[in-house]
Design a protein around this ligand. Structure first.
Ligand code: HOZ
Length: 432
């Protein structure tokens, strides 16, 4: 529960910002609460303005793989700030970051640094369209690729949480080229290709859907996408904003062994600063201005401070061979604890260090099964966790993120609180 200072700030904020927030999912509406306002964070903990400490499993929605305010990243960022905040001109550091990214994600033969995942996806799609000379794209119901017009169609994340998967204010013309298939259902993709094949520029997918809760790909799904896009000379875009540098050093494409034509990165790539990336096959990226006719630009693209945070974070991940095992093991501990505590009344999904507890007896493999989750039960679960100072996503349709800063003690306590939450919910469910 939010303390009085959070409540007071929320009240004032609502006067000047829609819903009192700068991104809808932060408003805690789905869980019938008011948000806690955060003052600072360190390691696995965040602290609100009322002085409460929480073990954080939102991790800024993914960037915080090292935990908060890692001293190595902070020191580098401080130094970078002293040298100037923005130049609007190229720097050596941009080249350094691009090289590290390319080394870790070799399919990105050429790449561009931009500011947000939304911008990176928008640009990636433009490049795919420019390259193929085709207009149509396929996205998947419940996947979220930022809030650009053409992609706010059957979208996940906040759009699903707030029940606006198809936003107002988006002209029909902007979405008429967006085709929607079912995640994990390759037949739904095949039938769209059968109908529109030579008109489809790209298929964009979250290789692990993580914006309708975490829904891993079923065996054969990503392989099927790779095959059919090759067959129709269409571009396969992996939106790895969440999975990039999280599932493995080389992201989901390394984890599952499928190479896309274009990759979109964000979150971890900027080490907690606003930075995102799109890139891929050289022949496609050579279409981007000034080399080619696909336009994309930005005053703050490759911002030196954000780039520094990205470089330091990726260097740490690149040189550490234990992080990925550790965060996946810790996630498995929490998943097993949740499965044991709730039994068959929930479906707990996991991919690497991402997980979700769905309050449904169905096996969650797609949009329909994801939304079969009882969101009221999720709200009760969230409430119990928050009261016990464990900060998880205030929406069923987001992921739980485990970081390298979570200690054994954090994990043990989290498992214990989940067990207590399950007992409470079971007694409540029994009463219903
Ligand atoms: N962009 C994040 C997608 N899961 C959610 C956070 C937000 O929209 O603020």
């Amino acid at each position: 529960m939010a303390g009085w200072k959070s409540e007071a700030l929320f009240k004032k904020s609502k006067e000047i910002m829609p819903g009192g927030v700068n991104s809808p999912v932060r408003a805690f509406r789905a869980v019938n609460q008011n948000p806690v306002f955060i003052e600072r964070a360190k390691g696995s903990k965040i602290y609100d303005v009322d002085g409460s400490e929480y073990t954080d499993y939102v991790c800024s929605w993914g960037p915080g793989i090292l935990g908060h305010a890692d001293s190595r990243v902070i020191e580098a960022v401080k130094k970078a700030c002293n040298n100037g905040l923005t130049f609007g001109a190229p720097t050596e550091k941009e080249y350094v970051l691009a090289s590290i990214i390319q080394e870790l994600v070799p399919s990105m033969e050429m790449l561009r640094l931009v500011n947000s995942g939304t911008e990176a996806v928008m640009s990636a799609i433009r490049a795919a369209r420019g390259f193929t000379g085709r207009d149509k794209i396929i996205k998947f119901r419940g996947c979220y690729h930022g809030h650009s017009d053409g992609l706010l169609v059957k979208a996940g994340s906040g759009a699903l949480t707030q029940s606006v998967p198809d936003s107002l204010g988006v002209p029909e013309g902007c979405t008429e080229s967006t085709l929607v298939a079912e995640y994990n259902d390759i037949l739904s993709v095949k039938s769209l290709f059968k109908k529109y094949g030579s008109g489809i520029a790209a298929v964009i997918v979250e290789p692990v859907a993580a914006n309708m809760g975490v829904v891993p790909p079923v065996p054969g799904f990503l392989e099927g996408l790779r095959e059919i896009t090759k067959q129709y000379k269409s571009i396969l875009i992996f939106d790895e904003v969440i999975t990039g540098f999280r599932l493995a050093k080389g992201g989901a494409q390394e984890y599952f062994g499928i190479v896309p034509d274009i990759t979109v990165l964000g979150k971890i790539a900027g080490g907690g600063m606003p930075l995102a990336v799109y890139g891929g096959r050289r022949d496609i990226m050579e279409m981007v201005a000034p080399l080619g006719g696909v336009y994309q630009a930005g005053t703050l693209s490759g911002n030196p401070v954000a780039v520094t945070a990205g470089i330091e974070t990726l260097k740490i991940l690149k040189d550490d061979n234990d992080i990925y095992n550790k965060i996946e093991e810790n996630t498995t501990k929490i998943r097993l604890a949740a499965e044991k505590a709730f039994g068959s009344s929930v479906c707990v999904s996991q991919a690497g260090s991402l997980m979700s507890v769905f309050f449904t007896e169905e096996k969650v493999t797609d949009y329909v099964t994801a939304v079969s989750s009882d969101t009221e039960k999720y709200a009760m679960y969230f409430d119990y966790m928050l009261k016990n100072r464990i900060y998880i996503a205030p929406s069923q349709f987001e992921a739980m993120f485990i970081s390298a800063a979570h200690t054994d003690e954090d994990i043990e306590r989290t498992c214990y609180i989940i067990k207590q939450a399950a007992e409470l919910l079971k007694s409540y469910m029994g009463m219903c």
